[in-house]
Design a protein around this ligand. Sequence first.
Ligand SMILES: Nc1ncnc2c1ncn2[C@@H]1O[C@H](COP(=O)(O)OP(=O)(O)OP(=O)(O)O)[C@@H](O)[C@H]1O
Ligand SMILES: [Mg+2]
Length: 295
Amino acid sequence: MAQDTLDASVKATDPTAGKSKVELRNVSKSYGDEWEQQRVIDRLNVEIKPGELTVIVGPSGCGKSTLVNLIAGFEFPDSGEILLDDKPVTGPARDRMVVFQETALIPWQTTYQNIVFGPKLRGDLRGKALQQEADRLLAKVGLSEFKHKYPLQLSGGMQRRAELARALINNPRIMIMDEPFRGLDAMSRGLMQEFFLRLFEENRRTNLFVTSEIDEAIFLADRIVVLSNRPAQVRTVIEVNLPRPRDYKMLASAEAYAIKREAMAILHEEAMKSFKAGSGADFAEAYGKDGGGGH
Ligand SMILES: Nc1ncnc2c1ncn2[C@@H]1O[C@H](COP(=O)(O)OP(=O)(O)OP(=O)(O)O)[C@@H](O)[C@H]1O
Ligand SMILES: [Mg+2]
């Protein structure tokens, strides 16, 4: 494939690398057989703009990871289209790298071995060039001293950083992050968000970041796409015009607070819908009486 003949060391200096756009047009996806179909995504339209950090927020179980799998090419839509730089996505490729919540590091390989695994397997970056690129990325994610350690010897935050380096060595056209910091303690999560922001602000690679945390969304995003309850549809798109480089204090600004109010109101409404549809109906009824807990 022409894509695979691209030399990663050449791509690394290409100023347009990582400046891709993704468009989802009327994308629908259902699971199940013809007897019991469950529509997870319903005529979804989303635009991920070049060099922007687009954050998707939505209630638990609304179809966020399904959306990620579709863009990554692990799954295919039933109808509609997904375009990467105007060309339909036909399957997984290293131009779209996904970092998941669950660690995907290979446990019996060191940090260094994990990072060089992909390029080595494909043979598109070798020898000294590969070594130099891996060392550069290890330094960038602050793991130089841990290059010979195994994943289990790393903290949760370090594992996520190793995964970032492992994705970045492929110099993808878009980075896709599916709740990558979920499960980290609050302090590590905050630090990872700041670390990730610095990395993004450095070269503004097109990014799709999925989260269920509204503060995380506001802190990171250029634009927040708020999804409905399942089947996922776009409820609203919020532009976040906080200046960059960002710092945590900006979350206390009037603008951040206004965004939070707007997004929380929608998310609360959508979460209640899923509660009512499920076993939480009694709770939802009781809780809904006071107007939804006063967010
Ligand atoms: N491969 C699959 N086969 C059948 N059903 C699936 C499959 N993948 C997802 N689903 C269903 O689709 C719905 C949405 O799941 P998905 O994981 O996309 O939601 P999510 O928004 O990422 O949830 P969470 O907030 O828990 O991460 C769920 O009801 C799930 O059971
Ligand atoms: Mg998910």
